[in-house]
Structure formats: C-alpha cells, structure tokens
Design a protein around this ligand. Structure first.
Ligand code: TRP
Length: 334
C-alpha cells in the first residue's frame, strides 16, 4: 500500500525556531517523514503579509530551511521546499479565492484577531486571503493529513470546505485532507512567565529558548528563570509553575519521568536543578546550532537541496493545477 501523504508549512518570520516549536510541531515532522510521503515547505509567501526587510526575509527563509534539516527533516526522505519556488501555489489560490465567500473569509478568527490588532489601515488584503493560500498549499499536493497546531484547525476546515466545494461543483480533483492536530509532546511555558505559553510574541526573549542560542545564552536564560520561594523540586503546576515547567523541559529532553526527576533532585537546590536542565537542553541544541551554521556556510549546497525539493514539488503541483484548470474550462495552452 502506498504511504499516506502529509503536508505542512512553517513561516520564516524569525531567525530561530524556539523550544515550543521544536517540541511541538517540528519533532512530529521528523517522525512523520518515516511513515508518510511528506511534503514540508517554508511558506515565504505567507510571510509577506507582515512587511519585512527583504534581506532579512531571504536570510530567515534559508535559516528556516537549514534549521529544519538540522533537526532531522531529511530531504532524502521527504520533499522539503520553499513555497515561492512553486508558482502553482499562487495560481491555485486565485481559483480558490473565486470559490470563497467574502463572509466566509471574514469569519477566520486569526484574520479577525490580526486585523483588529492592526486596524484597517495596517491590514492588507493578503492577511484576508492568507487561509486561502494555505488551502492551496495543501490541496495542490493531495495531502491526506496536515500536521498543525490547534490554532490552525479553522484553516484546515476551510481547506476541506473549499476542496469539497470544488469537487462537487466541477470534478473530483482534490483529496480532502484531515487535520492532524499536534498534541505537543510537552506544554512548554515561558521561563520568565511560567504560566504563559513559550512564544515569540513574548514581551522579552529572556524566557524564550531559541534553537540557535549559544550554550552561554541558554545557560543564562535557565539560571535566571523564574521559580517560587520554596525549595523543593516538585511538580505542582499551580503553586510551582516555574519548577514544573523546568521539570517538563528536562523530561522532554532526557526522557526521564517527572517522578524520577523529583527523586533525583530531592534535597538539591533550585540552582543545581536549573543548571542540570540547561545541560540537557544544551546537549540537544548544540549539534542543531552547529549543523545549521554549517548549512548556512555553504549556501550553494543548501540551495541545491531546496531546488531539488522544488522540482519534486512542482511535478505534483503542476499536475493538480492542470486538472483544476481543465475542470474549470480554462483552455490549455498547446
Ligand atoms: N498558517 C500556518 C501557521 O501559521 C503556516 C502554513 C502555511 C501551513 N501553509 C500551510 C501549515 C500549509 C500547514 C499547511 O502555522
């Protein structure tokens, strides 16, 4: 039996991924490429919805691809590519836009949140059509499953609706995908604000562990993490949010159970425990940072990998686009 197909994408909006991304979505990407025919893309076109300095966008796109490879996304096992290398994404997006109701697009909660925050003057039409481009990303590859976080559920619903609408109006062109909602391996909170999820939108980066932080920086962030006035290394999410978060992080990297860690650190001070957590995290992240640097040091090689990914992606995408155009009555050229 042929493998099921998955597709997912990540925006190149930051220099470095953080621990939350890594233990959530990205580790799943690495696992899924073994059991599935996986397509993963760095969605640089989506990133245009937020104005970014062009040099920075270019750097972040390459850094994102390099980090994906560094954490174990293997271009030999999966198809890794940059979204803008496959023109069919924009082409299918237009077709789907013509099938989407204005009200339907306006009901997307992420659009509502972002446009409310920015106000109408700072809200571009790209933000409005963002989920439709995402639907095109997915439908082009006939993906069966889309591994994403809970916040993307509504976008996958829209993708399914649009796929079904096209199939019933015109022709069965699209596979209707299912959301594969990723339950993060561990819920990772901010080190400075241990009751809030670790996120790039935090007020300060002091509590956010980035994959590309140097060991010194990582150690410093753990040492200055916020804990409580007690002295027991014990899991208690409501009374000891900071220590509980550190236990969760240690456990995610060391594979030891929380219970075993409580025993191991019984009678030891918070200071020692923080250093121990930093040590296991650094041991895991240091090779990732080094591998990323190595890939960024040979951009010709990195681009070669991405170009061959784009070739594979283009092959699948252009076939779907041709079927879509034919079903719509667009005359083929030639
Ligand atoms: N909107 C997704 C996010 O912010 C990124 C994304 C774009 C995506 N296209 C996709 C995710 C296709 C899955 C499939 O996380």
């Amino acid at each position: 039996m042929s493998k099921k197909r998955v597709l997912s994408g990540i925006q190149p909006t930051h220099d470095s991924f953080h621990l939350g991304n890594y233990l959530g979505a990205l580790k799943q990407w690495v696992d899924l490429q073994q059991s599935h025919d996986a397509f993963y893309c760095v969605v640089d076109l989506h990133a245009l919805t937020v104005e970014t300095d062009p040099k920075l966008l270019a750097k972040r796109t390459l850094l994102s691809a390099a980090q994906l490879i560094a954490i174990g996304v293997d271009p030999k096992l999966c198809t890794l590519f940059i979204q803008s290398h496959v023109p069919a994404h924009n082409q299918l997006a237009w077709v789907l836009e013509c099938l989407t109701g204005f009200g339907e697009a306006g009901r997307m909660t992420q659009f509502k949140d972002k446009s409310q925050k920015g106000g109408t003057d700072r809200t571009n039409v790209g933000l409005f059509t963002y989920p439709i481009l995402q639907a095109a990303d997915i439908l082009l590859y006939q993906a069966n499953n889309v591994p994403v976080g809970e916040d993307q559920r509504q976008h996958i619903e829209l993708t399914r609706d649009l796929g079904q609408r096209f199939n019933s109006k015109y022709k069965e062109v699209f596979t209707i995908p299912e959301a594969h909602i990723i339950k993060s391996m561990a819920k990772i909170n901010d080190l400075q604000e241990p009751t809030a999820k670790m996120s790039k939108s935090a007020n300060s980066m002091a509590g956010v562990i980035e994959l590309l932080d140097t060991p010194d920086v990582t150690m410093k962030k753990f040492k200055s993490s916020v804990t409580d006035a007690g002295r027991e290394v014990k899991f208690d999410a409501s009374e000891k949010a900071g220590i509980s978060n550190l236990l969760t992080i240690h456990s995610a990297f060391s594979g030891k159970s929380i219970g075993d860690l409580e025993t191991e650190f019984a009678g030891k001070g918070y200071g020692d425990f923080k250093v121990a957590v930093a040590d296991v995290v650094i041991a895991a992240l240091d090779p990732i940072r080094k591998k990323t640097e190595e890939l960024m040091g040979d951009q010709a090689e990195l681009l070669k990998i991405l170009n061959s990914g784009a070739d594979k992606a283009n092959e699948v995408a252009s076939k779907t686009l041709a079927d879509t155009y034919a079903a719509l009555g667009l005359i083929a050229n030639g």
